[in-house]
Design a protein around this ligand. Structure first.
Ligand SMILES: Nc1nc2c(c(=O)[nH]1)N[C@H]1C(S)=C(S)[C@@H](COP(=O)(O)OP(=O)(O)OC[C@H]3O[C@@H](n4cnc5c(N)ncnc54)[C@H](O)[C@@H]3O)O[C@H]1N2
Ligand code: MOO
Length: 388
């Protein structure tokens, strides 16, 4: 058995970077920007009014002006604003030549084409300077996962096609005679595939492209057939059949198909029978079948691998330090990822930690990470957590 940190290093060494593709802006949300993108225009491209009102050269309470024209968003006033002139202006309109300030209409009395500034004059010019948001040559740095705000900025920069890292294609293979799909009617000794769907959701969240392959029954030939369907996947994830039982065939079959194994078994709880290697053109990750073990391995190993494939760097799941809300006992020889709920008093570790309990995992929002042989800890002690 190797420690979690060593397993992660071996996984990162197996990752091959993915190509860059250009996608239309509307498809870029959630994708990873692969190259810095540069603005090829200034925003705003002219000094613009921030308010509806009157553009003048100089403003003070009591001053009067003659309105000589109008500037609206999309149609500038072509002339010059001299002393005594005012141009009716609307938010977003180019500020006309000669105007130095915009007086908001609430601070003006108007009669015909004559305006008088009242004594309520507010502070500031109400003018957004040319290039005040961004200028030609300013960049959005890469790599970064593009959120809605980035998409708005890219649009303003007039970037219609965005260079992003291709989504990793991930094949999910469930193994076991006992498994049926959600919605089916299970036999008396069958259960429903669960963690495969949880991993599918996690992969979608991470920006990967997951595919469910048919469930592989517990025979070498069935598993070989399903593994033969992985096609062009970048990552093949098997679930179950990773341990030492007579029906745990994943290592045997994958090796017979050419798996170049990097490791099998990690000193962690849950997740001990994890295995990985390269299988043809794909990277393979063999997860334990116990539902919580598979999901914990999803967060601790699969998610960092997907981020590395996307070019976001080779880093373990982010940890934070937080206080314990109640005492916990000593840990054994494996790094333990304990299901816990965060609250005002800190992290409360659940009493029941069996790796089959999806209801406990569902009630958890963090994993408290206990180093091997960590002694008993008391309420108020600081521990490391990984948020779920
Ligand atoms: N003698 C030993 N027995 C076990 C050991 C060991 O070291 N010595 N390790 C235990 C640990 S730890 C784990 S974790 C499990 C992992 O076993 P497998 O990866 O071989 O998983 P299975 O035996 O196929 O399944 C375990 C459990 O999970 C259920 N399962 C499997 N796939 C799914 C799925 N996609 N969705 C929902 N549930 C699934 C399966 O029905 C079993 O109940 O081995 C221990 N045993
Ligand atoms: O490692 Mo197993 O994953 O403890 O249940």
């Amino acid at each position: 058995m190797i420690p979690v940190s060593e397993a992660l290093d071996k996984l990162f060494a197996l990752v091959r970077p993915l190509e860059v593709e250009e996608v239309p802006l509307l498809q870029a949300a959630g994708r990873v920007l692969a190259r810095p993108v540069t603005a090829n225009r200034d925003q705003p491209p002219f000094s613009a009014s921030a308010m509806d009102g009157y553009a003048v050269a100089e403003a003070a309470p009591g001053m009067t002006f003659r309105v000589i024209g109008e500037a609206a968003a999309g149609s500038a006033f072509p002339g010059h604003v001299g002393p005594g002139d005012a141009v009716r202006i609307f938010t977003g309109a180019p500020v006309p030549n000669g105007a130095k300030t915009v007086v908001i209409q609430e601070d003006v009395d108007r009669t015909g084409d004559q305006i008088t500034i009242t004594d309520r004059l507010g502070a500031g010019t109400n003018i957004r300077p040319h290039g005040g948001d961004f200028k030609v040559g300013e960049t959005i740095p890469a790599p970064r996962r593009l959120g809605p705000q980035d998409i708005a900025l890219l649009a303003a920069m007039n970037v219609a096609h965005v260079p992003v890292t291709r989504r990793p294609r991930v094949a999910l293979v469930s193994t076991g005679d006992e498994l049926v799909m959600p919605g089916e009617t299970p036999g008396p000794d069958q259960i429903i595939v669960s963690n495969t769907f949880g991993l599918h959701a996690l992969l979608t969240d991470l920006g990967a492209e997951p595919r469910l392959l048919p469930i592989a029954r517990d025979s070498e030939s069935a598993l070989r057939t399903v593994l033969g369907l992985v096609d062009d996947a970048d990552l093949v994830i098997t679930i179950g059949g990773a341990s030492v039982g007579d029906h745990d065939l994943v290592a045997t079959v994958a090796e017979s198909m050419g798996l170049d194994r990097a490791f099998h078994k990690v000193a962690m709880r849950p997740g001990k029978p994890l295995m990985s290697g390269r299988l043809g053109e794909a990277m393979m990750l063999g997860l334990p079948g116990n539902p919580v073990s598979a999901m914990v391995c999803g967060h601790i190993f699969m998610a960092p691998v997907i981020r590395a494939m996307l070019g976001l760097g080779a880093a373990p799941a982010a940890r934070e330090t937080i206080k314990l809300a109640a005492d916990i006992g000593a840990n054994g020889p494996r790094e333990h990822y304990m299901r816990a709920r965060l609250g005002a008093g800190g992290a409360k570790v659940f009493d029941r930690q069996d790796s089959s309990l999806l209801s406990v995992l569902g009630a958890s929002d963090a994993l408290v990470v206990r180093p091997p042989h960590d002694p008993a800890r008391s309420q108020g002690d600081e521990v490391e957590i990984v948020r779920l």
